[in-house]
Design a protein around this ligand. Structure first.
Ligand code: PAF
Length: 278
C-alpha cells in the first residue's frame, strides 16, 4: 500500500492507474463502517482497478463549537485498517497542503444543505462539498463510495456531481450496524455505558414509525418513543423525499426517515428507508 502525503505524489500515482480508481474519502478513526466502504470499493474497482482512500480531518466542515480538536486521529491504526481492507493507496495530506491562508473559493450547495443537519450545522456541508471537490480534482477517481449513514451528505454529493459535471460515479454503501442495531460511528466512543445501551432504541423507534401512512404520524410516533430514552434530546426527526430532502408529501416517491439525537456528549445521526407504497 502506498502512503501519499502530498498532491504531487498523488498525481504521479494516479498517472500509473490505467483502469478504474475508486476513492473512499474518510476523516480517519476508521471502524468497520469504513472498512465495508473499502471492501465495496475493492469490488467496484474490478480486476486491475485501484482503491484509494483519503484520511483527512477536514477543518472547514466543523463549526467553532464542534469537536475538531478532539476528533480522534489514530493514524497508525487507520493505515493498518486500510492495508487490511485491500486499499492500494492512502492520501494523508497535511492541512496546509489542502488549504492555503489566502483561499477564497469554496463549493456552496444552496438547497439540500439548508435542512436536517444543515439547520444546526451552518457551513458544514459547504465544507464537505469543498473538500470532496478538491479530493475529486486531486485524485481524479472514476468512482467514489459514500455511506448511507449520512444520507444528507450522500444526497448533497450526488447533487454536486450532477450540477458541476464531475466525471465520477457515486456509489452508496448501506449503513453498517452493531448487532443491536446501533449504526457504527466514530462518535459512538463518546457514549457512556448506559447511553451506549440505550442508543439502539433510536433506530428501533425509526423502524417502528416507518410503516405509518403520513409524514406527521411517522415523525410524531418516532419522537414519542425517542423522548422516552433517558438523556436523549431530539435535534430533528424528519420524513423527507430521499433525493431532494424536501418534506415527504406522500408515500408515492421513495422517502427517508432521518434523525439527529443528542445523547450525552454524542450527537447521533441515523436514517432508514421509507419505501414507496404500491
Ligand atoms: O463522511 C466523512 O467522513 C466526511 O464528511 C468526508 C466525506 C470524508 C469529507 O471530509
Amino acid at each position: 500500500m502506498k502512503l501519499l502525503r502530498d498532491i504531487v505524489s498523488v498525481r504521479r500515482w494516479r498517472q500509473g492507474c490505467k483502469k478504474r480508481v475508486v476513492l473512499v474519502p474518510t476523516m480517519g478513526a476508521l471502524h468497520r463502517g469504513h472498512t465495508e466502504l473499502m471492501r465495496l470499493a475493492r469490488k467496484k474497482a474490478g480486476p486491475g482497478g485501484k482503491v484509494a482512500a483519503s484520511v483527512f480531518v477536514n477543518p472547514t466542515q466543523f463549526g467553532p463549537s464542534e469537536d475538531f480538536q478532539a476528533y480522534p486521529r489514530p493514524l497508525e491504526a487507520d493505515l493498518a485498517a486500510c492495508r487490511q481492507a485491500g486499499v492500494d493507496a492512502v492520501f494523508v495530506p497535511e492541512p496546509a497542503a489542502m488549504y492555503t491562508n489566502d483561499r477564497s473559493v469554496s463549493v456552496c450547495e444552496d438547497s439540500l444543505s439548508k435542512v436536517l443537519c444543515g439547520r444546526s450545522r451552518a457551513g458544514h456541508f459547504n465544507g464537505v462539498c469543498t473538500v470532496v471537490a478538491k479530493l475529486f480534482n486531486i485524485l481524479q477517481p472514476t468512482h467514489a463510495v459514500f455511506g448511507e449513514k449520512d444520507w444528507q451528505q450522500l444526497a448533497i454529493i450526488r447533487r454536486m456531481v450532477q450540477d458541476l459535471d464531475f466525471p465520477v460515479e457515486i456509489v452508496a454503501c448501506p449503513t453498517i450496524r452493531e448487532t443491536d442495531g446501533l449504526a457504527l460511528s466514530s462518535r459512538n466512543s463518546y457514549l457512556s455505558p448506559a447511553e451506549r445501551a440505550a442508543a439502539p432504541k433510536i433506530q428501533a423507534a425509526l423502524r417502528s414509525a416507518s410503516g405509518l401512512a403520513s409524514r406527521a404520524a411517522i415523525e410524531n410516533h418516532a419522537a414519542r418513543l425517542i423522548k422516552k430514552i433517558p438523556g436523549a434530546k431530539i435535534d430533528y426527526i424528519s420524513a423527507v423525499d430521499a433525493a431532494t430532502l424536501a418534506p415527504l408529501k406522500n408515500r408515492k416517491t421513495p422517502g427517508r426517515l432521518c434523525a439527529a439525537i443528542h445523547l450525552g456528549r454524542a450527537r447521533l445521526i441515523d436514517n432508514i428507508p421509507l419505501p414507496r407504497e404500491k
